[in-house]
Design a protein around this ligand. Sequence first.
Ligand code: SAM
Length: 231
Amino acid sequence: PPLYKQRYQFVKDLVGKYKPKKVADLGCADCTLLWMLKFCSCIEVLSGLDICTSIMKEKMHRLSPLPVDYLQPAERSLTVTLHHGSVAHKDPCMLGFDLVTCIELIEHLEESELKKFPEVVFGFMAPSIVVISTPNSEFNALFPGVTLFRHPDHKFEWNRVQFQSWALETARRYDYSVEFTGVGHPPTGMENVGFCTQIGVFVRKHPQTSESAQSEKPTEGVYKTVFKAVY
Ligand code: SAM
């Protein structure tokens, strides 16, 4: 399967393993991952955030309930919400999540946004699990014609040491553990370049109740809700 599907499948497998009830996808773009996660029966709250409203709106109708959802109401309740905003800003609507996914997001952040990102995601949202994927620049040697970055909007592409040192420092600072893996295997004989997409899975070391998290963090909302569906 294409690489983006392997990344989405990786997240689906993670949901199957940890059974989170509340999942937020940061940099959700056209909401394809959210749409896939809608079918995971453990999830009761699904939220997307993106800085670009037009891309979120393109296919967001797929997140609306279908006639069958009304005719055969499921046991679980499901609320799907889309917000317009930046991962460089805190908003209380992002509190209380179990799993936060950042798939191919960080390489699109300006230096100033990337600097604020750990405090927003790990410090403020502080979910039990965070998954971050980003290109592995060591793999680029296998792409003919890629001279600098794989995509013109990328602000950087990290090799494994660069990503892992950033991730380990972030995990240390916010009291998470982190494990590294990836998707997109290199061809036989080229194994030394590593996965095409590198992935860090962060797990919070100490449990935190959502009540304590929220009472300590009175912050005014800055995101704009652009879509909401209740199943
Ligand atoms: N996660 C999706 C996927 O894997 O298919 C989309 C990844 S796309 C390459 C990166 C997305 O991040 C874009 O939709 C972009 O608008 C969004 N983005 C860029 N900067 C952002 C920011 N500061 N806050 C939130 N989203 C941002």
